[in-house]
Ligand binder design. Structure first.
Ligand SMILES: Nc1ncnc2c1ncn2[C@@H]1O[C@H](COP(=O)(O)OP(=O)(O)OP(=O)(O)O)[C@@H](O)[C@H]1O
Ligand SMILES: [Mg+2]
Ligand SMILES: [Mg+2]
Length: 478
């Protein structure tokens, strides 16, 4: 009889914190500068240089810890993790082993209606390494230290997840919490959020965990799901054929859909961790912690409850709107500018989603301002433009965030509100379309649609369709 296996997964999630400067020096954290331009003696590990801790890093780490129900280590320290690699100019990484800043947290996830907690073992602060660029043409490797010293937090979960769905739900949860806090933009594809998947399998019912492997280079949720499936199968095959799973770090190749062994796993001892003598302990007073706590913004779960109470919109819409901080911000800002919640929600749920799909961009990458969306809604409310013109103008706002009022003015898109002029056009349409007129008069209610269409066309779209309808009926009943 074949055995059944359970997958056990724990994640190490690295998140780049959105601070202006690096963790231990004043260099910029901006992405994409010319190689080695955001560097100084500290982040290039020059002998004699001394690190100074960036306060904003501590505040952001504490904020994430509080939002994930962690206990904050009010007296925490930094340690050196020693290893040699060209992307690490000091030959050690400043990290936290003994006293990480946050411990014992948990977040709730939901998969197919089932809720459960994923416990967080710890969150620690550390510095990022530089970036190696391998050039196959010259067979050389170059190193860019711009990323060296960019602040990271590493969020280490307990091995509480049992499927790819739970892993993705957990990552989504973290992403939303951290984005709402403004602590990072958490983009897997740009590396501001990186998840290492630790996975083992065991027979269902077994008490002990199996040997884990750690997978790296997972740049999308899809890659994570594929890598988990693949690694689970690989480990089960090994066990079934009487072999052993080796504790090692593996690199996932998403195009080949295969992972290969990078190195056998080091133990903490191999890194010869020791307290960093260049940095003083970080003391987080009760007052400082309360100050950070009082600045915590409304998070997604709270937002969902409030939207439900305050706005008359479906749960489905609330889920989508709050699934991106960006979208929720636009929604709330447009309402604050006077637009009706239901109308704002409609524009976001229908037109915005359609255009996002067309341009294949995420909500986080939206460029238009709430102000310009609110202005379009107001113009429709005031009957300055009709719904069709509004959609056309919105496409421009979506793409370039143009000023819709100026655009409407410039392109002469205002609805003609001169009833006399409209009636003249309508009479002309009636005269030129005897068949539709006869159909309508003969009881074919639908025939009026053709006449409205003809009138709108003659007005170059710049009429209020409900007005056209009203006047048409009036004239046809004469
Ligand atoms: N048997 C197991 N099966 C699956 N996951 C496990 C198992 N044992 C531990 N884990 C998970 O592996 C991860 C270990 O991360 P941790 O940062 O503590 O150590 P590491 O990977 O050895 O260190 P490093 O930060 O140097 O990569 C945790 O998320 C933990 O939940
Ligand atoms: Mg690890
Ligand atoms: Mg780790």
């Amino acid at each position: 009889m074949s055995k059944t296996y359970e997958t056990v997964i724990g994640l190490e999630v690295h998140v780049e914190l959105a601070t202006k400067t690096k963790i231990f020096c004043g260099c910029s954290t901006a992405f994409g500068g010319a190689p080695n331009t955001h560097t100084c003696p500290v982040c290039t590990g020059m002998p004699g240089s001394l690190p100074v801790l960036n306060k904003a890093v501590v505040e952001k780490a504490v904020a994430v810890g509080l939002a994930t129900n962690c206990t904050i280590t009010q007296n925490c320290k930094f340690d050196r993790k020693n290893y040699f690699y060209p992307d690490n100019p000091q030959n050690y990484q400043i990290s936290q082993l003994y006293y990480p800043i946050c411990r014992n947290g948990k977040v709730e996830i939901e998969v197919d209606g089932n809720k459960k907690y994923v416990r967080i073992h710890e969150i620690h602060m550390e510095e990022d390494a530089g970036k190696l660029v391998h050039d196959p043409y010259t067979d050389s490797s170059l190193v860019d230290y711009n990323r060296s010293g960019v602040p990271l937090i590493e969020i280490v979960s307990e091995p509480d997840m049992r499927s790819a769905e739970e892993v993705i739900a957990y990552l989504e949860k973290l992403r939303l919490i951290i984005q709402y806090l403004g602590a990072s933009d958490c983009k897997l594809n740009e590396g501001s959020m990186r998840a290492d998947v630790n996975l083992s399998v065991r027979e269902v019912g077994a008490e002990k965990f199996g040997t884990r492997t750690e997978m790296k280079n997972l740049n999308s949720f899809k890659a994570i799901a594929r890598a988990i499936e693949n690694e689970k199968e690989r480990q089960i095959d090994l066990i079934e054929s009487g072999e052993k799973v080796i504790q090692e770090t593996r690199r996932w190749d998403d195009t080949k859909e295969y992972s290969y062994a990078m190195r056998s796993k080091e133990d903490a001892q191999d890194y010869r961790y020791f307290p960093d003598p260049d940095l003083v302990p970080v003391m987080i007073s009760d007052e400082w912690m309360e100050e950070i706590r009082s600045r915590q913004p409304e998070l997604r779960d709270e937002k969902r409850i409030r939207y439900k109470e305050e706005y008359d919109i479906p749960d489905y819409d609330i889920d989508i709107l709050t699934n991106s901080k960006k979208l929720a911000d636009i929604f709330e800002e447009a309402i604050a500018l006077g637009a009706a919640p239901k109308k704002v929600s409609n524009w976001l749920m229908v037109e915005t989603m359609r255009l996002m799909k067309e341009a294949s961009i995420d909500a986080d990458d939206l460029k238009f301002s709430a102000k310009n969306l609110a202005a379009i809604i107001k113009m429709v409310d005031d009957k300055v433009i009709n719904g069709t013109v509004a959609k056309e103008v919105f496409e421009k706002v979506f793409a370039e965030d143009i000023d819709p009022e100026a655009y409407v003015e410039e392109h002469g898109l205002k609805t003609v509100n001169d009833e006399g002029a409209l009636r003249t056009v309508i009479l002309d349409v009636i005269e030129k379309n005897p068949k539709s007129v006869a159909d309508f008069k003969g009881g074919k209610e639908k025939a009026i649609g053709a006449l409205v269409g003809q009138t709108m066309k003659a007005m170059q779209g710049k009429a209020d369709p409900s007005e056209v309808n009203r006047i048409l009926r009036e004239e046809l009943s004469k």
